[in-house]
Ligand binder design. Structure first.
Ligand code: SF4
Length: 353
């Protein structure tokens, strides 16, 4: 790494958001090149796809798709990484974002504000001179245009102390630059959606092992998750949606049967085991004497809906080819057995979320 510029008061410490993607990795590397000490913060939001894959632990899963990319990037760069649990406050923000959603269920502006605000708090508690991110001007339509970058900085309460090393040359000089803590000449002037320049820089610095941006990593930006998420918001007051209901949006097949009743049908044994870990208040259905998905029910179904739920469960069981299937419905130690035909696919599709 290069030596620190002359005139610095001593070691300069930067606190950065480290998702582990190419941009945040490069941003950290740009600062390391200037001899700045870097600590990375990686948020566990509850919506990271890799974290979920790790929780599912499917034996056939590619280990690379289950790793924590923040920790991996920290190890590659030789910098410490702190994992921060975004917790309930993040969940509340996701359900009620001040700046609204992007194309899916992604509240990207509020999410950036949440994380940068957290990084500023971390800096106040643990010491540090400024916060940095891997944001690139114009890369994301919602959160990375000039106005959004300015607003995010202002709302985080660290105006002047938020550095975006990859696009700094397009932005007004920050206080760390004005004070000579960071050499502006060593910062970059990247902008736009193309990642060609980042990839070239990665190659130059030997950074090759990073998640592909096209692969997606956040459930909130995923199309099918977003359908389920907005269905949930439409049918429940945001303040009354429980954390476990949000987590369950990530697994299974979802069907809305009425305004008040929806079901989740596990897709395989890993999802059965995942659902079994939750102590949910409602009914659970399972076909008897065969391989069967667990179906969990949200809301209180009447007798007709119970028959429909049993038929859907039978449809996804190993006895789907039989004319009648016995399905157990269990709740609070009670068990009812319903004998039903598996539902026809065209009927099923009308309920799918
Ligand atoms: S894609 Fe997800 S993690 Fe990334 S900024 Fe948007 S909401 Fe936050």
């Amino acid at each position: 790494m290069n030596a620190a510029p002359e005139g610095r008061p001593g070691p300069i410490k930067a606190i950065g958001l480290m998702s582990g993607g190419l941009d945040s990795t490069l941003a950290a590397r740009v600062l390391l090149e200037q001899g700045i000490e870097v600590t990375g913060l990686h948020y566990s939001t509850g919506f990271c796809m890799n974290d979920h894959r790790r929780a599912m632990a499917r034996p056939e899963e590619d280990p690379k798709r289950m790793r924590n990319e923040g920790l991996r990037a920290g190890a590659d760069l030789g910098i410490p990484i702190e994992i921060l649990d975004a917790g309930e406050a993040y969940m509340k923000m996701v359900l009620n974002p001040k700046h609204g959603y992007g194309k899916r269920a992604n509240p990207c502006i509020d999410c950036r504000i949440f994380m940068i605000h957290g990084a500023a708090e971390y800096m106040r508690e643990h010491g540090g001179h400024f916060v940095f991110t891997g944001e690139v001007l114009g890369q994301r339509p919602m959160s990375q245009h000039m106005q959004a970058l300015r607003m995010i900085e202002k709302e985080c309460g660290i105006e002047g102390y938020l550095l975006r090393p990859l696009s700094a040359r397009h932005l007004p000089p920050t206080i760390p630059e004005q004070l000579g803590w960071v050499d502006r000449e060593g910062l970059l002037g990247l902008s736009g959606r193309s990642r060609r320049d980042q990839m070239a820089l990665g190659e130059k610095w030997g950074i090759a092992d990073y998640p592909q941006p096209s692969g997606g990593c956040c459930y909130l930006a995923d199309e099918s998750f977003a359908r389920r998420f907005h269905d949930k918001r439409l049918h429940a007051e945001p303040d009354r949606i429980r954390r476990d209901e949000m987590i369950l949006l990530k697994v299974g097949r979802h069907f809305r049967l009425s305004d008040a009743v929806k079901i989740i049908v596990a897709r395989d044994e890993s999802e059965n085991q995942f659902l079994a870990r939750f102590d949910l208040p409602g009914w659970r259905f399972e076909a008897l004497r065969c391989g069967s998905p667990i179906t969990v029910v949200e809301g209180d179904p009447d007798e007709n809906l119970k028959i429909l739920i049993a038929s859907i469960t039978a449809r996804y069981s190993d006895r789907r080819g039989e004319s009648l299937v016995e399905v157990a419905a269990r709740r609070d130690g009670r068990e009812e057995v319903l004998i039903v035909p598996p539902v026809a696919d065209q009927v099923l599709e009308a309920y799918r979320i």
